[in-house]
Design a protein around this ligand. Structure first.
Ligand code: NAD
Length: 390
């Protein structure tokens, strides 16, 4: 259980690039990083507009002298200080991640980077090599993976409670962009501009989330080939898609499916993962994250509740309040951020055994998300054909 336990020897001196005033995702990064006293926000380049970034940083209590105009100045100036930053989170639009992440690693910093990590697998692998060469941690914020029942599903599948895995059915299909909301909303506008968003919209923006959940629950399952069809129902978004269907064949014969969409009118998040085995199925829905459905063929369906003693110890490890009281996305992100901090601390003391035991969305997860999007786009742009997974 986590409720005030000291998790690291001292808070890690931490900065943010992006995540400024009014950004969608900045607040949850700060909330998650600061929740368990494992990070301390001491600097930042919070905004594309330097003055707005400085004012915002000051309003967060950061020394105005350490609220910099851009990330290059942030890294250069902090490196001169004895008490300079040790880690940085990158919460800027997609097109900037590669350059900022590379610069941070070259500056010797640990990194938490938003997904997608970058635009191409080649770039992602370059970051992976750089992180390994410098001995730095890169965490990627696939935040839903911090929900405790994802760990419960992983443990039940590993124990064979589902039998042989046959089908993984996934979706992240919301309805918020059913109309061309980007015309009035800058945070949506960059998402449908290939220069700023990359080679895809919904595949990278939402599809990679349940995909990563499947990687956590089923670490042995590897895609062999896939087929993707993508559409721009709001025509002005072309060539980027606002809807995509991806069919996957895994090595060993199991099948997977991911529906990625921003035009599922009337749906809130619509993120679900259902894992179907020869004996039973598990299903988790991010709008009810405290419940996990367990359905054994021929028996009444069960609903497992977060925080209850019948769960696997690994699924109780991050419990903060006990069963009944709902925990949500903010707690899930906190669970990831404290693991990022543990990994950074283990890396700094070169404790490879401790590092190997910490399970979190790392640079490998970031690379795999980019690889999946690249394969989906390759299939879709050939007319939705089966392609070997590269
Ligand atoms: P946003 O447009 O709402 O905010 C972006 C912020 O970055 C703004 O404060 C902007 O001023 C700042 N910024 C832009 N360029 C900058 C630069 N060069 N230097 C410093 N600051 C800069 O975007 P958002 O919705 O918060 O998304 C940011 C990232 O987070 C995207 O990569 C997105 O895919 C990701 N995201 C992830 C999740 C998740 O669940 N993990 C959810 C939403 C968004």
């Amino acid at each position: 259980m986590i409720n005030g336990t000291k998790l690291t020897a001292a808070p890690i001196r931490w900065a943010m690039v992006g995540g400024g005033q009014g950004s969608q995702i900045g607040y949850i990064h700060r909330s998650a990083a600061l929740r368990d006293n494992v990070f301390q926000l001491v600097a930042g380049a919070f905004d594309i507009d330097p003055q707005r970034g400085r004012d915002f940083g000051a309003s967060l209590g950061v020394d105005p002298a350490r609220c910099y105009a851009d990330y290059q100045t942030l890294f250069a100036e902090e490196a001169k200080r004895a008490d300079g930053i040790q880690a940085v989170s990158i919460a800027t639009p997609n097109g900037t991640h590669f350059a900022i992440c590379k610069a941070a690693l070259l500056a010797g910093l640990h990194v938490v980077c938003e997904k997608p990590l970058c635009f191409t697998t080649a770039e992602a692998e370059e970051l992976q090599r750089l992180a390994a060469a410098r001995g730095r941690i890169v965490g990627v914020t696939y935040g839903y993976a911090g929900h405790q029942l994802i760990e419960q599903a992983r443990q039940m599948i590993a124990a064979g409670e589902l039998g042989d895995i046959r089908i993984v059915n996934m979706q992240f299909a919301h309805g918020f962009h059913s109309a061309a909301v980007e015309e009035a909303n800058p945070a949506t506008r960059w998402r449908v501009d290939p220069k700023l968003a990359g080679p895809s919209y919904v595949l990278g923006d939402v599809g990679t989330h349940p995909l990563y959940l499947s990687e956590v629950m089923l670490p042995e399952l590897k895609v062999q080939k896939l087929m993707c069809s993508r559409q721009s129902f709001v025509a002005s978004r072309a060539p980027l898609e606002d809807n995509a269907f991806t069919l996957m064949q895994y090595h060993g014969g199991a099948m997977g499916f991911v529906w990625s969409s921003a035009v599922n009118a009337g749906s809130m998040h619509g993120q679900k993962i259902r894992v179907i085995g020869s004996k039973a199925s598990l299903e988790w829905w991010d709008e009810r994250p405290n419940q996990l459905s367990f359905e054994v063929q021929g028996q009444p369906a069960q609903v497992l509740e977060r925080g209850m003693d019948y769960l696997h110890p690994a699924a109780l490890h991050d419990d903060r309040i006990g069963g009944g009281h709902p925990e949500g996305l903010f707690e899930a992100w906190s669970n990831l951020y404290y693991r990022f901090a543990l990994a950074m601390a283990a890396s700094d003391r070169d404790d490879q055994a401790a590092l190997a035991a910490i399970h979190y969305p790392d640079i490998h997860a970031g690379v795999e998300g980019v690889r999946w999007v690249e394969n989906c786009v390759r299939s879709a742009d050939q007319g939705g054909v089966w392609v070997d997974y590269q």
